[in-house]
Design a protein around this ligand. Sequence first.
Ligand code: DGT
Ligand code: CA
Ligand code: ZN
Length: 570
Amino acid sequence: MDKKEITHVLQEIGTLLELQGENPFKSRAYVNAARALELLPDALPSLVERMKSHQVKGIGKALAEKITELAATGKLAYHEKLKASVPAGLLDILQVPGLGPKKTRLLWTQLGIESLGELEYACNENRLVVLEGFGARSQEKVLQGIERLKRFRGRYHLSAARQRAAPLLEHLARHPATRRLSIAGSLRRCRETIRDLDLVAASAAPAALLDAFASLPGVERVEEREETRATVILDNGMRAELHVVPDAAFPFALLALTGSAEHTALLRQRARARGLTLTKDGLLQGDRPLACADEAAIYQALDLAFIPPELREDYGEVVAAEAGSLPRLFDETAVRGIFHVHTTWSDGAAGAEAMALRARELGYAYLGISDHSKSAFYARGLDEERVRQQAAELAALDARLEGIRIFRGIEADILPDGRLDYDDDVLASFDFVIGSVHSHFNLSEGEMTARLCRALSNPYLTMLGHPTGRLLLARDPYSVDMHAVIDAAAEHGKIIEINANPHRLDLDWRLCRYATERGARFSINPDAHHLDGLADTAYGVAVARKGWLEAGQVVTTLDAEEVAAALARR
Ligand code: DGT
Ligand code: CA
Ligand code: ZN
């Protein structure tokens, strides 16, 4: 290990000690030693020799021993032990401008934030606004800092990818050389995270279109350019690739570039079994190309019903398409109302009335408000007195507002033992109760499963909120037997939330079909913390589609009266 590496380790020890809340003198000793070492002109071997005889100013005996250990072995047991005692993600958080060890420690100890992704999520839920030493402005700055850091990371949320793809598609669609245009890849399949954007265009003038692509607003630089293809890097670091093909080849290119690779492999195999060859350029019978006007025609040529892009994951969709048993997917227009919305009563950024007006504007017939419950102190959760006050406000609002019905709910914490954090009479006073896990994520699988199953057996519970607790790109799901949880939900007639917040998308679409088999019902809930959050419902619809759900399984496709009846039966 050279001197630079050693000073880096010493500095990190100082930081780790501060993160642990150790005496500041202790951590400063390491930072000072690192500085002293940096300034000394000696080469490492002679330094180590001098340290052994206590001749180096600012470096005492204990430190000298540690430096010697580092120089000799390249490792330091003390450093390793410290590192293991602090979540690794905190060191990423320290990269955010304005967040030193003290503030990072506050985020960790007060809000349980252990990674950049969790920090971003907390900002979006306004957690930093009320945290001591922070505020609305510093929360905004933290978010900007995270945005800059993410530029160079690997994957993006579905929402970020959609937002960046939309203007690219809009501009390219207007270009005179464009005949057909589509998004492809994982974004078209609505995967929960996206590595890069894939676009396909049909055009007789690829060079002109690729030139236009390279100079679109938001494009920072061109990474690769070929005759019919260009890869660019957007100004947030995201990569986007445009393929330009002749119009007749468009459906084949779109199919191939939409993927998944597993799905298209099944199609190629099926083509071969029929004496055909399917490639990204066309469908051949011997040497003779078979024309297909669109993707549906390709599926038809393979004796298959059209398979929507969301289902192209090799999850049994080809067999279902052959048998004519694909699900009848629904879209956003089928969703009639919304549950799981936070307001300024807890950690939301907008009041109930503003949320209701926005929901009405978006065409929804009802809005189920559910602020946090009393254990969620970090989110200004409601104690019994504030529950009563809010009830009065919401009843008045519901009476006053035309054209939208307000349901009065709560997002109650599921305590570690599976109880909800209010007495039964309080729980009974709500129109609906969402039960969610917000703490004690580290239970064993058995304990967590028992916890959720007990909550699901509670007669006052209506829905299970964000069932696996995952934060995409930030936090894994807690360990839990989701099959047992789904069984319990089905047994007790409880609704399973599809949390539509693009950082969650929880229930995972991969579990939807099991839940369908068990007869479970779902609710697509945006978990909105601000006005724009209501529109996240669209991402929940994407999950429902990927999970093969039909409208009849989703309670928020019911009208207000029907849903009120369903809630009353909980
Ligand atoms: P991503 O970008 O990791 O979120 O996921 P995709 O699915 O967009 O993957 P990407 O961008 O590498 O490639 C876009 C599409 O191109 C992919 O969905 C299917 C097709 N593709 C890519 N690599 C292969 C491959 O090795 N074999 C086949 N059959 N298709 C591929
Ligand atoms: Ca891609
Ligand atoms: Zn929640």
